[in-house]
Write a protein that binds this ligand. Structure first.
Ligand code: 5GP
Ligand code: MG
Length: 180
């Protein structure tokens, strides 16, 4: 699988280090918030980031899953996000931290952020591992960002192409001929 990448952007060690720092940043913000924190990971891209990030967070938390689809099948062109699996728990009155793999056009986060607000969350914040700056509209904001990257299609550490490559421990750019 490594040979399918034209370039590695972040190694396993670099990711681990940055996720640990993000955990510290997030833990400060949620240090003594009542009534409690609910993490809302956006499936499936966030699964590896989620697993590493929450183990850096010392506070009590619940997890409520939601699944959206933006890249159906073998495509690198985003479509309008579609809810595939509804939010798995009530977030009314809770402090919510949405966790996603990457902020690209912002359509996914716009729809999830507004859904969580509509359901009566006390506060809504967002953490993403990666961000492609300047692509999302100004109303879509994120509170915690791991790394800013150029506008390239990346895979690994949860990010897929046609549901492959999620298990790569590093993040890299797929060789262009493989996405055609
Ligand atoms: P947005 O709605 O911000 O355009 O895109 C967000 C979703 O699209 C992410 O949750 C992610 O699943 C997918 N996505 C965006 N950019 C990339 C990319 O470079 N690589 C992969 N594998 N998925 C991406
Ligand atoms: Mg995703």
């Amino acid at each position: 699988m490594r040979s399918d990448l034209s370039k590695v952007l972040f190694t396993r060690e670099q990711i681990q280090q940055r996720v640990r720092e993000m955990g510290n940043e997030i833990a400060i913000v949620y240090a003594d918030l009542e009534p409690g924190l609910t993490i809302v990971p956006i499936l499936s891209g966030s699964i590896i980031f989620l697993a590493d990030l929450i183990r850096e967070l010392p506070m009590r938390m619940k997890i409520a899953l939601i699944q959206l689809s933006t890249y159906p099948g073998a495509t690198t062109t985003a479509q309008e996000p579609r809810v595939v699996t509804e939010l798995s728990a009530d977030v009314r009155g809770r402090h919510v931290l949405i966790v996603d793999d990457i902020l690209d056009t912002g359509r996914t986060l716009r729809s999830v952020q507004s859904m969580i607000r509509d359901r009566g969350a006390a506060t809504v914040r967002t953490a993403v591992l990666l961000s492609k700056p300047g692509k999302a509209p100004p109303e879509v904001t994120v509170d915690f960002v791991g790394f800013e990257i150029d506008d390239l299609f990346v895979v690994g550490y949860g990010l897929d192409f046609d549901d492959h490559y999620r298990n790569l421990p590093h993040i890299g750019v797929l060789r262009p001929e493989l996405t055609r």
